[in-house]
Design a protein around this ligand. Structure first.
Ligand SMILES: NC(=O)c1ccc[n+]([C@@H]2O[C@H](COP(=O)([O-])OP(=O)(O)OC[C@H]3O[C@@H](n4cnc5c(N)ncnc54)[C@H](OP(=O)(O)O)[C@@H]3O)[C@@H](O)[C@H]2O)c1
Length: 309
């Protein structure tokens, strides 16, 4: 494809790691940014130029963008807490600093990892911050692609499947009957790769989801069927989640954010139809069954980074 150096912010993350490996495998130079570069020794061994940086430190972003062809912004602070690495500082201001640095460095194209459902009045701060970053990017003058995936399948297969594979009851957040769209990180990585390389993705918002909408109970049943282990369920009741989410808010915003997101997953419309996106960009989407088989029953797959990459 003949791309120059791609800067990946969040290269140590689930998605960033898979995209970095895809690019390195085809011979595209990768610069991998992390707050803790020592954690990216595996990517360095594969040929990545690993650099230290922080979305909250604009000078580090200017250094990281120098000589770069395109940027993939794949970080987030969903699990971050007050006073430090929070969505306002990372997903909003941090991504805006990165866009400023990219523009100043003359970067050809900027790909922003957003999330499905962003809006300015969303009850969860992460979604509001992603919305602000999207708006800033559209007005930046940079050539851009905004990717809005649904929830990552590998992450949820781990949350629900971890206990099952250890012989414990699956932990279900709420009733667990609401259909939710999950997308494989491998498929999101394909779209990120396409967004970096394909001119058809220029100045577009691409919403990405998996092939099926599944409730958490259906996910647990699929994991049990594929792994051959049946352990039962333990539910955290919805009213308890609502109380925990509200009480924790001033004390532990990150925990509160996760619990309140869990409430939304159990009560809002979380379905998605990948049809329109696939009509523009044909692709065979990965099913949960395949992810679970890869994650839990294959001898080589030890993390999401190897799934379908
Ligand atoms: N997980 C999901 O279900 C989901 C759903 C929709 C969209 N997304 C989006 O997809 C992208 C990738 O998500 P993921 O689940 O693959 O991420 P992840 O595995 O949780 O990794 C997050 C990454 O963010 C980086 N990061 C956090 N704070 C940073 C900072 N201040 N400066 C620089 N980097 C920072 C971390 O890098 P270091 O620790 O190495 O510095 C880490 O590699 C994110 O933008 C996320 O919002 C995720």
């Amino acid at each position: 494809m003949g791309m120059g150096t791609i800067l990946i912010v969040g290269a140590g993350g689930r998605l960033g790691g898979v995209v970095a490996r895809r690019l390195l495998a085809e011979g595209t130079p990768v610069r991998a940014l992390s707050r803790t570069p020592a954690k990216l020794a595996d990517l360095r061994a594969l040929g990545a130029d690993v650099v230290a940086g922080d979305l909250r430190d604009p000078a580090s972003l200017a250094r990281a963008c120098a000589g770069v062809d395109a940027v993939l912004a794949a970080a987030h602070a969903f699990v971050g807490n007050a006073g430090g690495n929070v969505p306002a500082a990372v997903d909003n201001a941090g991504n805006r600093h990165l866009m400023d640095a990219a523009r100043a460095a003359g970067v050809r194209h900027f790909v922003l990892m957003s999330i499905l459902g962003t809006r300015p009045d969303h009850p969860i701060d992460l979604f509001r911050c992603k919305h602000a970053a999207e708006q800033y990017l559209r007005a930046s003058g940079l050539s851009y692609t905004i990717l809005r995936p649904t929830a990552f399948m590998e992450l949820w297969a781990e949350i629900i499947g971890g206990p099952i594979t250890h012989g414990q009851k699956a932990l279900i957040f709420g009733r667990g009957v609401n259909p939710v769209n999950f997308v494989s990180v491998a498929d999101v990585a394909r779209f990120a790769h396409l967004a970096l390389a394909d001119p058809r993705a220029r100045d577009r918002v691409i919403e990405i989801g998996g092939p099926e909408n599944l409730s958490l109970l259906e996910m647990a049943a699929t994991i049990e069927r594929v792994t051959g282990r049946t352990t039962g369920r333990r539910h955290i009741p919805l009213p308890m989640m609502r109380v925990m989410g509200a009480l924790a808010r001033p004390i532990n915003p990150a925990f509160s954010r996760q619990v309140r997101t869990g409430v939304l997953m159990d009560t809002q419309d979380m379905t998605f139809d990948p049809g329109p996106t696939l009509a523009a960009f044909p692709m065979t989407l990965t099913r949960l069954e395949d992810v679970v088989r890869n994650q839990y029953t294959s001898a080589v797959a030890v993390d999401g980074a190897r799934v379908g990459s």
